[in-house]
Design a protein around this ligand. Sequence first.
Ligand code: LP5
Ligand code: MN
Length: 272
Amino acid sequence: MPRARVTAPAAPVAPVAAPARALFVSDVHLSAAHPETVAAFFRFLERARNERLDALYVLGDLFDFWAGDDDLGEALNRRVADELAVFARTGVAIALMTGNRDLLLGPRFAGVVGARLLPDPSVISVAGRAYLLSHGDTLCTDDEAYQAFRETVRNPAWQKDFLARPLAERRATIAGFRTASEAAKSTKSEAIMDVNGEAVRQLLLEHAGTVLIHGHTHRPGREALTIMGALRERWVLPDWDARAEPPRGGGLLADAAGLAWVGAATAGSWGG
Ligand code: LP5
Ligand code: MN
């Protein structure tokens, strides 16, 4: 049975000044074509309700693609908005950063959810520790073809023109981009599609005392770096695919103890 819709746009939830417990996820790639992953994400939110969270940070690519906020009429998009709105109403402040797939996610979607949009990069604090948040695609500076594409589609004039086109045309254009992107990726090395070490060091240098968390590369893990004599960390979130063997997904939980992996596809808690 379909869930009740949250029809009235909720007022954006005020950011929690100093959350004590927060959850980070990215690259969920929600799509009507992958109902297993959608179900896994909703189960994850259900589980997260028991965690006394103050905040949920989504670091981009929540959706596999986003053609514009007027696509909220599509059943999956509306269900995701409704689920997140219900989650926000349990007292969790939701912050949404866009990724390379859902860069057109905007204020209307955020309003329906009761979330706020988070710039990339952003520095936030959880339990007295500073975290530097990014989707991660800007760090992939060796991928020059992608960076050129990014510059075009991040151009406000280009976006305005694109959003003025009919929804069906936008969806078709994005499908064309996806096909071209997959073809381009098949010619790129793994190294080119990973973050550039110097770009990471530069970003950390610009934000002293922070722990970097990003997604995009789909290479979950933790890296320790020494920058200007200080020990720094970079944590990479996993992407989600409930049909993969083993299934991928999950996120990072931040509290006074620091960061810990959570979710079905990680070695941390919330397994199964
Ligand atoms: O997403 P993923 O991981 O598969 O691949 C990314 C990079 N690809 C992309 C492209 C998206 O997948 C396309 C779909 C989303 C578009 C939504 C925007 C809607 C339009 C907005 C209008 C304002 O992000 C991929 C990286 C990879 O990550 C790893 O980092 O390598 O980059 C590419 O493959 C890009 C190609 O190298 C070059 C561009 C191919 C598309 C060419 C179309 C021509 C149109 C020119 C005008 C822009
Ligand atoms: Mn991405």
